[in-house]
Design a protein around this ligand. Structure first.
Ligand SMILES: Nc1nc2c(c(=O)[nH]1)N[C@H]1C(S)=C(S)[C@@H](COP(=O)(O)O)O[C@H]1N2
Ligand SMILES: [Mo]
Length: 247
């Protein structure tokens, strides 16, 4: 099977059934835990753990919806915490002016706010979600991208997840280095303090816990893309959806 981790995108999950069997199996498939719990147990867990996703070192809350229709995804079982004092974002690779940004540096730059639907390739969707941050194109322009460059690679302080975009995609106005989501600072479980936001693509492109932006010659497939998902992850036009009837 080419896509072992995320559930097949062919059969969208029903909205309004947040802890259905498919969701549960899908989340387990993402590697959080090696146990299978029945939905009733799941509801018990949810009541027991409440919104403790940020405090849970076991990854158990990885089973739970992340609030407001989001589901928590992490390919690692724990992720170090970074705050406004400890966070750094490096921009390097094929650029003339590599540099490191603090939260303060990023906050001082012009911010762009967008309100669009979030769409995970497994089917769940969260309508009208505000994201706000610095346009990636601005950081690339400041860095002085060299003529030999063709792509941008993203790394994360979870130490495992990677993503990439072509330079043309990365320069789109709807691609942000996001500092805010849902009109709040981005919490740890949503990839805070800074995550990538690639509005026109499936949410796996929006790398959480963003720590590095490296300008490269060619696109290198990211974490999920090495596992079968499309590198060009346009919503509705990728991952085998092109030839499927819409309903
Ligand atoms: N670092 C990192 N970023 C990631 C992921 C991940 O596992 N690790 N999962 C991706 C996927 S598949 C989705 S759907 C979204 C989930 O974001 P959320 O946890 O804020 O709902 O993050 C994306 N970015
Ligand atoms: Mo996803």
């Amino acid at each position: 099977m080419s896509r072992p981790e995320e559930p097949s995108p062919e059969r969208p999950e029903e909205r309004g059934a947040p802890i259905g069997r498919r969701v549960l199996l899908g989340t387990l498939g993402l590697g959080a835990l090696g146990v299978v719990a029945a939905p009733t147990l799941q509801r018990g867990l949810e009541a027991f753990l409440g919104s403790a996703a940020d405090k849970d070192p076991t990854g158990l809350t990885g089973l739970l919806p992340n609030g407001g229709g989001f589901r928590y995804y992490s390919v690692t079982s724990s992720v170090p915490k970074k705050n406004a004092d400890t966070y750094r974002l490096t921009v390097g690779g094929l650029v003339d002016h590599p540099r490191s940004y603090t939260m303060g540096d990023l906050r001082d730059l012009p911010q762009t706010r967008m309100v669009k639907d979030v769409q995970c390739v497994t089917g769940w969707r969260v309508p009208d979600t505000p994201f706000e941050g610095v346009r990636l194109s601005r950081l690339l322009d400041a860095a002085g991208v060299r003529a030999s460059a063709g792509a941008v690679r993203f790394t994360c302080f979870d130490g495992a997840y990677t993503e990439s975009l072509t330079l043309d995609q990365a320069r789109r106005a709807d691609v942000l280095v996001a500092l805010r989501m849902q009109d709040k600072e981005i919490g740890h479980s949503h990839g805070g303090p800074v995550r990538l936001y690639v509005a026109p693509m499936y949410f796996y492109k929006s790398a959480k816990w963003l720590s590095g932006i490296t300008v490269t010659e060619d696109v290198k497939p990211g974490y999920w893309e090495e596992r079968g998902y499309d590198v060009d992850a346009w919503v509705g036009r990728s991952n085998g959806r092109d030839d499927k009837p819409t309903s």
